[in-house]
Ligand binder design. Structure first.
Ligand code: ZN
Ligand code: ZN
Length: 305
C-alpha cells in the first residue's frame, strides 16, 4: 500500500524545482523606504514609521556609495560547504568598514530635519569611540538585552544590515550550502524577521523567511514553527479578519512570527509590514505568545511581550 506523503516530504522530494534562496534586491532598502512611507499614513506610530522610512532611504543611498569590502574567503566558503553551515557567522566576524558605513548613514540622516531627540542620538553615535560601537554591535547581534541601548539600536542595526547585505551580495548563490541549520539564514546565520508566502512562477505559494540582517530569503516549508520547527501546535492569528498578515504561533515554544501572504497584498515587505502591524503584536502578547526576535528597527527592552 502506498503511503501518503506529508506536505514537507513532498516539498523535500521536489527540492530541485523549488527556488531555495532569493537574494536581497539591489534596491531592497529603497523598496522598504517606499513601503514604510505608504504604511505610515494613519498608522498609530506614523511618526516612527516616517523616521524609519528616512533611515531606510539613507541605507539605500549609502549602499550605492563606493565601499571596499573584504573579498570572499575561499577557505571559509569551502568549510561552510563541507560542514553545512551558513556562509558567514555574522555574530563573530566583521570588518571595521561597517563603522564607516554608520558614519555615512549618520551624515546622510543629518541632511534631514529630524526631531531634536533623534538628532541627539545621532550626535551621540557620531561621537562614540570604536570599542563602544563594537560592543554595541556585539550586544545587538547576540541579543544580549541588558547591554542594548534601545534608542541607538535601530541606527547601529541599519549600518550592520548595510554591511552584511553588501557582503552577502558579493558571494555567488551556488556557494551557499544546500543544507544549513534550521531557523537561521543560510548566508549569515541570523534569525528571520518574518516570512512571506510568495506568488509567481516556481515560487507560487512557497513560503520564504526573510533574514533580519542581510535580507536574503530562504525556503521554509509551510505550517512549521520558524523558531523551533514544531509542526503539531502551529496556529494562525489575525486582526479584523486581515488575510494578508497573520501571526504564526507555536504552543510548544510559545513564540510567534508574522507571515505575509503576497497574493493578498503583493507589496507587503518583511520589515516594513512587520513594524507597521504592532496591534497584532499586542494581541499576541495578550495571548501570552512572545516575539521570536525583535524587528531590527524597533528594539523592545527585555521582558516586554
Ligand atoms: Zn542573512
Ligand atoms: Zn515553536
Amino acid at each position: 500500500m502506498q503511503r501518503i506523503l506529508t506536505r514537507g516530504e513532498i516539498e523535500t522530494l521536489d527540492r530541485t524545482s523549488i527556488v531555495r534562496l532569493i537574494p536581497a534586491d539591489a534596491n531592497t532598502f529603497g523598496l522598504r523606504a517606499e513601503r514604510l512611507t505608504q504604511l505610515a499614513k494613519d498608522n498609530p506610530i506614523q511618526d516612527y514609521l516616517e523616521l524609519i522610512a528616512t533611515l531606510a532611504a539613507a541605507q539605500q543611498t549609502v549602499a550605492g556609495q563606493n565601499w571596499t569590502l573584504p573579498a570572499p574567503d575561499d577557505v571559509q566558503l569551502a568549510q561552510a560547504q563541507a560542514h553545512g553551515m551558513p556562509l558567514f557567522n555574522a555574530t563573530s566576524e566583521r570588518d571595521p568598514v561597517w563603522r564607516d558605513m554608520l558614519s555615512a548613514l549618520i551624515a546622510e540622516l543629518q541632511q534631514h530635519p529630524l526631531p531634536g531627540p533623534v538628532q541627539q542620538i545621532l550626535a551621540e553615535l557620531a561621537n562614540a569611540d570604536a570599542p563602544a560601537l563594537e560592543q554595541a554591535a556585539d550586544a545587538l547581534l547576540n541579543q544580549q538585552d541588558e547591554h542594548i541601548n534601545a534608542a541607538q539600536a535601530p541606527f547601529i542595526m541599519a549600518a550592520l544590515q548595510l554591511y552584511w547585505t553588501l557582503r552577502v551580495q558579493a558571494v555567488e548563490l551556488k556557494q551557499v550550502p544546500a543544507v544549513t541549520p534550521f531557523g537561521v539564514c543560510p548566508c549569515c546565520g541570523s534569525q528571520p524577521v518574518s516570512s512571506s508566502v510568495q506568488v509567481g512562477g516556481p515560487k507560487e505559494q512557497i513560503r520564504y523567511a526573510t533574514c533580519s540582517l542581510c535580507a536574503s530569503q530562504w525556503h521554509i516549508v509551510r505550517v512549521v514553527c520558524t523558531h523551533c520547527e514544531d509542526t503539531k501546535t502551529v496556529a494562525y492569528h489575525s486582526l479584523n479578519e486581515d488575510k494578508a498578515i497573520k501571526a504564526e504561533s507555536c504552543d510548544k515554544c510559545r513564540h510567534y512570527r508574522k507571515i505575509f501572504y503576497l497574493d493578498k497584498d503583493p507589496n507587503a515587505d518583511a520589515f516594513a509590514d512587520d513594524l507597521a502591524s504592532l496591534p497584532l503584536d499586542i494581541l499576541m502578547g495578550e495571548a501570552r505568545f512572545y516575539r521570536a526576535n525583535n524587528n531590527p528597527y524597533l528594539w523592545q527592552p527585555a521582558g516586554e511581550p
